[in-house]
Design a protein around this ligand. Structure first.
Ligand code: PEP
Ligand code: MN
Length: 343
């Protein structure tokens, strides 16, 4: 049996739980320095009365150790998790758009892009400072200088910022600058990193591993939530298949599937999902039609000159057209909601 405590549990409540458990089992495992605490006991045929345990003030939830993920599931929490960043609401009734360049390149590029996306109503900007690159010779981002430039763009435009953190050791640094911490596809199963972002109080954008199935994706989110952080935005960004005409295969099936299984919001990244500028608009619309809570889009003032992922960067004109279409879709969705038949 696994017992999850409240994050703000007091010492006296810890003692209460241990003395209750010790009436039934000899060994109780837990890390007293961690919050929330997870008590692990082997019942060994003993029956610990769950109802009594649940009544103890420090106890949040009794986990079933046979299930791979629980806290992220709809069974744990029926209503949708909503993430608020100032006046931006993620997971609410209206899909959101996150946009910006693949990587922060220099001050002019990031400020120009920030102003551009802001002019289309975007409130959360993307931009990588620490870039995971498949080749060790590719541009790997400006590092802390990139974070500083993002902070400057935020200061000038009022936009919030999401940026990737590549390593557990960098979490405090990136968290100092970012409003949302991104865990990239290649790091979806970097458990040390998941635990580290789970200990922060920043929302986490968790991208699906390129070869991860749905259960593995949700288990990675569970790692973050088990550390006490429930501000998680899932992101479908395409998986590896045998197709060669696009960078990845955007698996939109997971959008409605995750809505059934989890209370967490799910957004879609058609930029990495397709790797092709010409496919981004149709797949963005498909993602919204599938029920996604938002999109994350790569856009660059001069796409062909982009230092990373140029082939999937939208031009300002293409982005304007996409936003126009998205805004019409959102309006249609609102109108439809007023006369849609009940489920
Ligand atoms: C990114 O969004 O900058 C990125 C590297 O994406 P992914 O982790 O999905 O490859
Ligand atoms: Mn990219």
């Amino acid at each position: 049996m696994l017992i999850l405590t409240k994050t703000d549990i007091r010492d006296q409540e810890i003692d209460q739980i241990t003395s209750f458990l010790s009436r039934f089992v000899k060994e109780i495992y837990f890390d007293k320095d961690k919050r929330p605490i997870i008590f692990r006991v082997n019942e060994n045929g003993q029956v610990i009365p769950r109802e009594k345990l649940e009544e103890l003030p420090g106890v949040e939830y009794i986990l079933d150790d046979n299930k791979p993920y629980q806290l992220v599931s709809r069974k744990y929490k029926e209503e949708n998790t909503i993430i608020s960043l100032g006046d931006l609401i993620i997971g609410g009734d209206t899909p959101i758009v996150i946009a910006g360049p693949c990587a922060v390149e220099n001050e002019e590029q990031i400020i120009e892009t920030a102003n551009l996306v802001k002019s289309h109503g975007v409130k959360l900007m993307r931009g990588g400072a620490f870039k995971p690159r498949t080749s060790p010779y590719s541009f790997a981002g400006l590092g802390e200088e990139g974070l500083r430039l993002l902070a400057k763009a935020r200061e000038i435009t009022g936009l919030r910022v999401v940026t990737e953190v590549l390593d557990a050791i960098d979490v405090p640094l990136v968290a100092e600058y970012a409003d949302v911490l991104q865990v990239g596809s290649r790091n979806m199963q970097n458990y040390k990193l998941l635990k580290a972002v789970g200990k922060t109080n920043k929302p986490v954008l968790l991208k699906r591993g390129m070869s991860a199935n749905l259960t593995e994706f949700l288990m990675s989110a569970e790692y973050i939530m088990a550390e006490g952080n429930d501000q998680i935005i899932l992101c479908e960004r395409g998986i590896r298949t045998f197709v060669e005409y696009s960078r990845n295969t955007l698996d939109l099936n997971v959008v409605p599937a995750i809505k059934q299984l989890s209370h967490l919001p799910i957004i879609v990244d058609p930029s990495h999902g397709t790797g092709r500028r010409d496919l981004i608009e149709p797949m963005s619309m498909a993602a919204l039609a599938a029920g996604a809570d938002g999109l994350i889009i790569e856009v660059h003032p001069h796409p062909d000159a982009s230092w990373s992922d140029p082939e999937q960067a939208l031009s300002p004109q293409q982005f304007a057209k996409l936003m126009h279409k998205i805004n019409h879709f959102i309006q249609w969705q609102k109108d439809y909601a007023s006369f849609a038949p009940a489920d």
